[in-house]
Design a protein around this ligand. Structure first.
Ligand code: UD1
Length: 426
């Protein structure tokens, strides 16, 4: 199993190309099920989760071709063609590994009229139920049974537009229901919807395929169903979580890094916080430049919440920054109930963090110390890499497959800006 070795202490200098957004790309791939025409997706990130979604779609009969980009910054282009849907079963083995597989439910129901999708079950960061998705599809007229851990859904005569008020602005439920409603009969009004940029990206792609959607980026999305959607050639938005991760890395290690392709508006809260603790964040004509001299940052409090607030997917990385800051930081996690799995691992590196319920109190220390640590989930594992960049001595991050799910060529990108980091294959 691969591991990553980091020797801390290097400043970062240079440029990092930002990949396409994983959380957008996965849903765009699922949306290819909505049409019998080819869908071309550009700026695709090269990640284990993308491969898992590709495997799932091929099981449904989607033909898939990838044109690989050559070096760093040369992204992949994927062509997906769901000419016919041969099977609509998403087995436990795939859904268990990647919860985003559940997002095929909407497109399959809308186009095929039936679907059998394994329930995702819990994961390292909490229970993560799918009740909003299920209630939403029932409201759209689907018949849903839960049998042996599977959701068996049917809407033989098609989905029917209606009004759905989500109990929480869930990203997955908004997107799943939106991709179902685009082919429903009549108008669907989704209330209390997610406003995340990736949800907007999916909506924009659906519109380019011929869907009638208004209200993207707001808390109310209106969808007028159409008979069919066409193919599309669409470019995936840049990954704001990867961007934020490298911005935080630069704030921690010091130096000057330009994040190529990054968009300022996707990370407004993070950049405000970074500026507040003495990091320069500048928009350039190629992306965002982050600059920090060697001075230790001050601690600051942060609370995760739905977009446009601070994203839960950057909470672990920000905690690594606060672990070496001057003062005490209170970090409140409001989205997932068990998302402090990185705390014991950061503590192994000398961080001083106390957790009570959804609140982590981080008392900054002057220096972290390298240690062997274990990745527990996608975002937690990258926070250990960031800590390793500034720790004294050597850090070995085990269970790197978590990183490979969501960070494209992380060690190549970081070593290209001067970090001492390498992958050890065993
Ligand atoms: C997506 C992102 C994930 C991000 C999260 C929040 C993808 C592939 N993943 O996950 O990286 O951390 O948004 O920004 O895009 N909930 C329910 N019932 C439901 C659905 C959700 O109770 O039916 C709860 C969840 O348990 C969680 C909260 O709502 O506590 C937020 O979940 P949601 O916004 O749906 O996140 P995901 O779509 O799973």
């Amino acid at each position: 199993m691969d591991r990553i070795r980091i020797r801390g202490g290097n400043r970062l200098k240079g440029e990092i190309p930002i990949s396409g957004a994983k959380n957008s790309a996965l849903k765009l791939m699922a949306a290819s099920l909505l049409t019998d025409q080819p869908v071309t997706l550009r700026n695709m990130p090269r990640l284990a989760d993308i491969e898992a979604m590709a495997d799932l779609l091929m099981q449904f009969g989607v033909t898939l071709n990838i044109r690989r980009g050559a070096g760093l910054g040369q992204s992949d282009t994927m062509r997906l063609h769901a000419a016919t849907i041969e099977s609509a079963v998403a087995p436990y083995d795939i859904v268990r590994k990647m919860r985003a597989s559940f997002q095929v439910l909407g497109p399959l129901l809308a186009r095929h009229g039936t679907a059998k999708i394994s329930l995702p079950g819990g994961c390292a960061i909490g229970a993560r139920p799918v009740d909003f998705h299920i209630k939403g599809f029932e409201a759209l007229g689907a018949k849903i049974d839960l049998v042996d851990g599977y959701v068996i859904a049917s809407a033989k005569d098609g989905l029917i537009g209606t009004m759905i008020d989500l109990p929480f602005a869930s990203v997955g439920a908004t997107e799943n229901l939106m991709t179902g409603a685009v082919l429903a009969r009549g108008r669907t009004v989704l209330k209390n919807t997610a406003r995340e940029p990736e949800t907007e990206d999916l909506g924009r792609c659906l519109i380019a395929m011929g869907a009638k959607i208004s209200g993207l980026g707001t808390s109310e999305i209106t969808i007028d169903g159409v008979e069919r959607l066409s193919g599309v050639d669409y470019t995936v938005m840049p990954d704001r979580i990867e961007t934020g991760t490298y911005a935080i890395a630069t704030a921690m290690a010091g130096g000057e890094v330009e994040l190529l392709g990054a968009r300022a508006e996707s990370n407004t809260v993070l950049y405000g916080l970074l500026r507040g603790i003495g990091t320069e964040v500048t928009q350039t004509n190629r992306g965002i430049a982050i600059h920090r001299n060697g001075v230790r940052p001050n601690s600051v409090d942060v609370t995760t919440d739905v977009f446009p607030s601070f994203p839960t997917d950057l909470q672990a990385q920000f905690m690594a920054l606060m672990a070496i800051s001057d003062g005490t930081s209170h970090i409140t996690e409001t989205i997932f109930e068990n998302r402090f799995m990185h705390v014991p691992e950061l503590a192994r590196m000398g961080a001083n963090i106390r957790v009570e319920g959804d609140l982590a109190t981080v008392i900054g220390v002057e220096r972290l110390k390298g240690a062997p640590v274990m990745a527990t989930d996608l975002r937690a594992s990258v926070s250990l890499v960031l800590a390793g960049l500034v720790a004294e001595g050597e850090t070995i991050v085990n269970r790197v497959y978590h990183l490979d799910r969501g960070f494209e060529r992380l060690e190549e990108k970081l070593s290209s800006v001067g970090a001492d980091i390498e992958r050890l294959s065993t």
